[in-house]
Design a protein around this ligand. Structure first.
Ligand code: ADP
Ligand code: MG
Length: 347
């Protein structure tokens, strides 16, 4: 059995709109190994959700997808997800059974019309056992493990009867009900207050240790990244601009965008009462993008005549550390022989 679980190779998700083609995801590559936790971080609008929805084949039908997403089951041949019928049985088996997803707003995952118990046991009965009683038992056990009080009673409650934090726990229970190999969590704690957020993060860490699944954690919050993942991809305007392990990200950030993101985190014990750094400008909408680096208009380190002309490729410049920025001579060298795939395959 290979320890490779998912290989994403140069995926592009382009949305043809009246104003032009919106390049929501524009050539990203990475791999996830079994048991690994990876983070995808970047400001709102940089294409994180579109990237994972492309992996799950949940993008709008008018979206144009390119590239390969290979899923490596524990037994059997790899499955090329991008070639599957998005409504067919194979992707439906993978969704929920092999790869589970949790979202920011659990109300969009749960139907308001059915009880929590109905929805969790239905997932279990589709993927694990047809026996109703056994499915209920598994559901109660899961609700207990995610820290729900009175799990038996919760089974008969409707989503609106639970608090936000409890709904999020129920959603995690549903996601884990089929023992997925990969859990994709798209900003699952963004809508929660900080105390509940901390509890849910702790819960996910515990469950990851217990179940040993891989996690792809999507967030705009570097604080969450620091607590949750081993390797990190920083996204900007549909591309990965930096890729490294979590320690290097915080202590040895290379891309000016990553540095700016880190400087905008409030620090405890910071005596100065100065204003927090913020990154000037906003993430542009990636329609009719000018040539050059997407971060060029906001970048303090931009090299005139280079960064506004050529888009820097993602290049490995240290062990397990790739960056897409012309401040680094290796990237300038590589631009000559640049391919859109960059160096992320090294991971
Ligand atoms: N259904 C859609 N139609 C048109 N544009 C979209 C749609 N969904 C997302 N976008 C655009 O795609 C880009 C990436 O969005 P998204 O993946 O949601 O970003 P993130 O999750 O990082 O906040 C943004 O510019 C967003 O406006
Ligand atoms: Mg999103």
């Amino acid at each position: 059995m290979t320890d490779l679980l998912l290989r994403v190779k140069n995926i592009k998700t382009h949305l043809p709109l009246e104003e032009g083609v919106l390049k929501a995801v524009d050539g990203i590559s990475f791999t996830i190994r079994r048991g690994e936790t990876m983070g995808l971080v970047g400001e709102s609008g940089c294409g994180k959700s579109m990237a994972v929805n492309t992996i799950m084949r949940l993008v709008p039908s008018f979206a144009q997808i390119e590239g390969d997403v290979a899923y490596y089951p524990a037994d059997g041949d790899p499955i090329n997800i991008t070639e599957l019928d998005p409504y067919g049985p194979v992707i439906r088996d993978i969704r929920g059974g092999e790869i589970a997803m949790i979202f920011q707003e659990p109300m969009t995952s749960f139907s308001p019309l059915h009880t929590i118990g109905n929805q969790i046991t239905e997932a279990i009965r589709i993927h694990r056992t047809e026996d109703k009683k056994e499915a209920s038992k598994i559901a109660i056990d899961l609700l207990q493990r995610v820290g729900m009080s009175n799990p038996t009673q919760r089974l008969n409650e409707y989503p609106h009867q639970l608090s936000g934090g409890m709904r999020q726990r129920a959603m995690i229970a549903m996601a884990l009900s089929c023992e997925p190999s990969l859990l994709i969590a798209d900003e699952p704690t963004t809508a929660l207050d900080v105390t509940v957020q901390a509890q849910v993060l702790q819960l996910m860490r515990d469950l990851q240790t217990e179940f040993g699944m891989s996690i792809l954690y999507i967030t705009h919050d570097l604080g969450v990244i620091a607590r949750m993942v081993q390797v990190v991809a920083v996204m900007y305007l549909g591309k990965i601009v930096e890729f490294t392990d979590v320690d290097s990200l915080f202590y040895n950030a290379k891309h000016p965008y990553t540095t700016a993101l880190i400087q905008s985190i409030p620090k405890i014990g910071n005596k100065s009462r100065g204003r927090l750094e913020s990154i000037p400008g906003a993430v542009p909408v990636p329609i009719n993008r000018p040539p050059g680096c997407g971060f060029y208009p906001r970048c303090a380190a931009a090299i005139e005549g280079l960064c506004n002309r050529i888009d820097p490729p993602l290049v490995q410049i240290e062990e397990d550390h790739a960056v897409a920025c012309f401040v680094y001579p290796e990237v300038v060298d590589a631009a000559g022989e640049s391919t859109a795939e960059g160096a992320a395959h090294a991971f």
